[in-house]
Every structure is written in C-alpha cells, then in structure tokens.
Design a protein around this ligand. Structure first.
Ligand SMILES: *Cc1c(COP(=O)(O)O)cnc(C)c1O
Length: 389
C-alpha cells in the first residue's frame, strides 16, 4: 500500500525532471574525488579551503578519540558536555570576535534552535530575505513569531517593513545570509546593519558559506563589511570551509546562556562527538595561519567567473567561490551537469524547488586546492559544452 502511493508520487517527480539521486564517493572530499567508479574533479563540495582531508585534522581527532572515545553519549545538558566542546566554543568566540559561542550538532540545528528561541512570542516578527536557506525557513516556520519575507537583498523593501511594524511588535528579528548558497552573492550587510540599528531590530546572520572564506582574517561576511559589532547573532557551520561537521552561534554571554536554556535542537539531542570539536579547532588554526588558502580561493573564483562569462554563459558577478551558471531549464541543466561528468567533473544541476523555476543553474564551487590544470580542464570542457547548447 505505502509503496504504491510512493511509486506514483515518485513518478510525478520524475515526470517533472526533478528526480534526485545520490552519487557514491569512496574517497575524501578534496579537489579530486573517486566517485561512481572513477576519478573525478570535484566542483561540488563546500570544502572551500580544501581542509576536510588535512592530516592535521585527522591527527587532532585521533588524539581526542584516544582520551574521549567516539560518541558524546548524552545531551550536552546531561553528561555530553566535554572540556573539548567548551574549548572549541571559546576558540569560535574569539575567531568571531564575540564574547561567547555555542556549538550544535549541525548548522541546520543551530538555525532550528536559535530562531524559535529568539522570536518566541506571537507578537514577534521575523523579516527574512526571500532566498534564505531552507534551514532558516524551516526554523522561522517553527517559531511562534510571524514571518514576512522581503525581496532578495532589497533594503528599501526591508526598511518599508521595519517602518511599518517596528512600533507594533514586541521584537523584530532580521534574518539574512553572508553568502547566499545558491547565488553566491553577498547581502548588503552595511545597509542592513544600519537599518537594524535605526529601527531597534535584532540582526541574525547565517554565514555558513562566508566563515573562513570572506574578510581579511576569514572571520566572514561581517568582517568584510566591518559590521561585526552590529550583528547580534552570528551563525556559522563547522561543515563547510572548516571542513568538519557541526554548527555554531556566536554572540553575547547571555545569548549563549539563553540558547542553552531554550534552544530545543540543543537541549534534546546528543552533543557533537568531541573528536570533531578537536578537528574543528585544528581547522580554525589553519584558517588563521594560512591566509594563502583564502587568497588563492578568491583569485581562482574570480578567474573562473570571468572566463565563463567570456565563453558566453550567464554568470553573475561576485567574489565568492559559489559560481552559478544560469541555464534556465530543468532538463537542460541536468544535461549540462551530465556532460561535465562525462568529462570527469562533478558540478550539480540545481533545480526547483531549491531555486525558482526558470533560474535552474549549474552550481560550480571552487576550492583553494584546485590546481591551475584543474581549472583549465573545467574551462575547456565548459567551452565545448557551451558550443553544443
Ligand atoms: C549548509 C547551510 C546550513 C546548514 O549547515 P549544516 O552544517 O550543513 O547543517 C545552514 N545555512 C546555510 C546558508 C547553509 O548553506
């Protein structure tokens, strides 16, 4: 009975060209992966600084596995909170230039816990950019606060909403991202931070893709825009540039204490394995001591954008390693992605509902570890693909 229902639902998904499948990777997630039986260039991961398979992280994790084992075995509030978790939180706080930080098992859970805890009353209002990540939207829907979305990066529309609601609501929480995950563009954080200040709104920044990548010291989009002190809630993940797994929120001491007491995705789940905390700390050290990774990433990303535009692809300008190549058709985008994989390269086609219909795109993500030869190969294959389109 169930299978019959599911088969007809899946058939409808296939008919729309929206069927999703997983690839099987049997190596680490560096610039080159072994996947689906062959060696492939990896233009699909969030491992921007090519740190995920760095041996220094492996050694750091091993050392803590020897003393702390594997699983944290309980929620942080019971006996799942170790010295390693707290050490990582202090490191994250100082990395983000904030008094305190709190680690969650994933970035998804950091958002899921934080937003309903902060916008907790039915007279609270959340103003979110229309293109925020699914984890933020899910978190907003789980909040008792009302959600209004504003058009992507439209600060006039945001101001209009703030002006209309600021004296009618108990509190207003503005939610946006440092780097938008499907477009690779940045929020105008300088303008948004000023608006938050002038209308007494709270500002939450999800910098999943900016952390480690943007700013002179890799502290993220808020560093780049010089608004670190104007962001109330800095959210980030340990799973992208940091190359491990987990999420965090950085902010005031009271924010941390409040989330420990109120964030359900913190309270009702097992703590992150301590070895992953140790690996994350090692990664933060590398990010701080090896700025050349960031510089290389920036230079390569700029070059790839320019060259793809020169070939004739529709690629928005930008400075991040997320490069969307707009194809605008669900079937065609999968053909492009498939053609690339025939050439030995992985870059996913992104379709509705992840992006709006008509904005289907190939999403190329660059790593600092991509060599010039990797990039030449990508560009020459993209040129051939363009000619067949
Ligand atoms: C990836 C991502 C998350 C979730 O982070 P995980 O650690 O992978 O759960 C949250 N927000 C944004 C914007 C993301 O891109």
């Amino acid at each position: 009975m169930l299978d019959k229902i599911l088969e007809s639902e899946l058939q409808a998904i296939r008919a729309k060209g929206l069927y999703r499948q997983m690839r099987k990777v049997v190596s680490s997630a560096g610039p080159v992966v072994f996947c689906d039986g062959k060696q492939m260039l990896n233009f699909a991961s969030n491992n921007y600084l090519s740190i995920a398979d760095d041996q220094r992280l492996v050694v750091a994790a091993h050392r803590v596995m020897d003393t702390h084992g594997i699983g944290a075995s309980a929620s942080r509030l019971v006996v799942g909170n170790t010295d390693i978790h707290e050490e990582l939180e202090q490191r994250l706080a100082s990395f983000k230039n904030k008094p305190a930080a709190l680690v969650f098992p994933t970035g998804y859970m950091a958002n899921a816990g934080c937003i309903p805890a902060v916008a907790s009353g039915d007279n609270d209002l959340i103003l979110a950019d229309r293109l925020v990540h699914a984890s933020l939207l899910d978190a907003c829907r789980n909040s008792y606060g009302k959600l209004r979305v504003f058009p992507h990066n439209d600060t006039d529309a945001l101001e209009h909403l703030l002006a209309r609601y600021h004296d009618k609501k108990r509190r207003i929480l503005i939610v946006t991202e440092g780097v938008f995950s499907m477009d690779g563009d940045c929020a105008p954080l300088d303008r948004i931070a000023l608006l938050a200040r002038s209308y007494d709104a709270l500002l939450m920044l999800d910098d999943a893709h900016g952390t480690g990548v943007l700013g002179d010291n890799g502290r993220g989009a808020a560093e780049m825009f010089s608004v670190e002190n104007m962001v109330d809630i800095h959210m980030g993940t340990l799973s992208k540039a940091i190359g491990v797994m987990g999420g965090f929120v950085a902010g005031s001491y009271l924010l941390r204490e409040y989330l420990v007491n109120k964030a359900r995705s913190f309270i009702y789940t097992t703590g992150l394995p301590p070895a992953l905390c140790a690996a994350s700390m090692e990664s933060l050290s590398i990010i701080q001591s090896e700025p050349e990774r960031r510089n290389r990433l920036r230079a390569t990303s700029g070059l790839v954008r320019n060259e793809l535009q020169r070939i004739g692809f529709t690629v928005p300008d930008g400075i991040t390693p997320i490069i969307p190549v707009i194809i605008g058709d669900a079937t065609k985008v999968m053909q492009v992605s498939h053609a690339l994989s025939e050439y030995g390269m992985i870059a996913p086609g992104i379709r509705y509902p992840t992006v709006p219909e008509g904005k289907e795109r190939l999403r190329i993500s660059i790593q600092s570890g991509h060599t010039d030869a990797h990039i030449d190969k990508l560009l020459s294959c993209m040129k051939k693909i363009f000619e067949t389109l």
